[in-house]
Design a protein. Sequence first.
Length: 128
Amino acid sequence: MAVVSFQAGETIANGDAVYVGSNGFIYKASALSRDQASVVGVALESGSNNELVRVNPDFLYTSYSSLIPGDYQYLSIATSGSVVDYETWSSEFVALSGNAYLTQVGRAVTTSGILVEIDTPNLVVYSP
């Protein structure tokens, strides 16, 4: 398991999917732009602006709840830093009525854990 420490550019919560900004700080990832959808991992602890936060880029993270084992988890469109299943992501996409990035963060292996498996963001184009 690799654990990487980054300086937070905003308040980060334990379990947030994060990306690295152009200044080298981490921020809550967002599915609304390619740069912000480029997830580097899941925060292992909470931290405030300018504090060091440990990030899990490729291993088991076990502090979620209500997951269905086997379901892939994706970066939420509606809530920065959150991960959701595909059904929820699809509902958020329809509600957005605009383009968004589909970024796989990992796969649920228990009801509380995901195996972090970051994938490249894929642009999904909204076409009414």
